[in-house]
Design a protein around this ligand. Structure first.
Ligand SMILES: [Zn+2]
Length: 203
């Protein structure tokens, strides 16, 4: 019984449900020329083995990272930098909708050999290939479905990838409720992300 509870808690911590998060960002952009601490983000597009079923993602990675910095991270002294752009061929991860309830475990398992331990890795799959998950984040890795890239789900999952848990403060980036209101980090969250970034860099 104990292990069932532990597994459930683990899943709740790392899979984030969708709940009305498809509101475009309308935040004031704040940029810094010299953020206190920077972190490379690799972007990894997940594709199936069948070439005929492969998807086109059409993401402008530079614009995406710039938007994350301006909307969420630079104001806290954190700078995300575009790292490598890669593709991971993996049917199980591409079709996460087949793993109801097991998505977080599958995500961590299927990505364990494809991420760089000195960076954060952001895996992207099609929203249509999931059921009730907008994103997952844990252990330097985040999964975001393509329809949620320009929503507060992206910084939320990056927060998880950098060690943050959920917050009960409305409007906090790590809040589970009313995701469209997510926009702020607390000082404690910023300190924690910076310390994880430092640890990753020093590995
Ligand atoms: Zn979450």
């Amino acid at each position: 019984m104990k292990s069932v509870v532990a597994t459930l808690t683990f899943l709740l911590l790392i899979s984030c449900t969708i709940e009305n998060d498809n509101v475009p960002l309308g935040f004031d952009q704040v940029y810094s020329d010299d953020p206190e601490q920077t972190m490379m983000i690799d972007i990894i597009y997940v594709q199936p083995t069948s070439v005929s079923q492969q998807s086109s993602y059409n993401l402008d990675e530079s614009d995406f990272i710039k938007n994350l910095n301006g909307s969420f991270f630079h104001r806290y002294g954190i700078g995300l930098e575009k790292g490598d752009i890669k593709t991971l061929i993996n049917d199980e991860l591409y079709d996460l909708r087949d793993n109801r309830g097991e998505e977080s475990r599958i995500f961590l398992m299927q990505t364990q050999n494809s991420y760089n331990p000195n960076r954060v890795s952001l895996y992207i799959i099609k929203r249509a290939h999931t059921v009730n998950i907008a994103g997952i984040g844990k252990n330097q890795r985040a999964l975001i479905t393509d329809e949620f890239l320009y929503t507060p789900t992206a910084p939320h999952e990056i927060g998880h990838a950098l060690g943050l848990l959920h917050s009960t403060i409305e409007g906090n980036v790590m809040s589970k409720i009313r995701p469209h209101l997510r926009r702020e980090f607390t000082n404690a969250q910023v300190d924690q992300m910076k310390s994880v970034m430092k640890r990753i860099e020093d590995l």
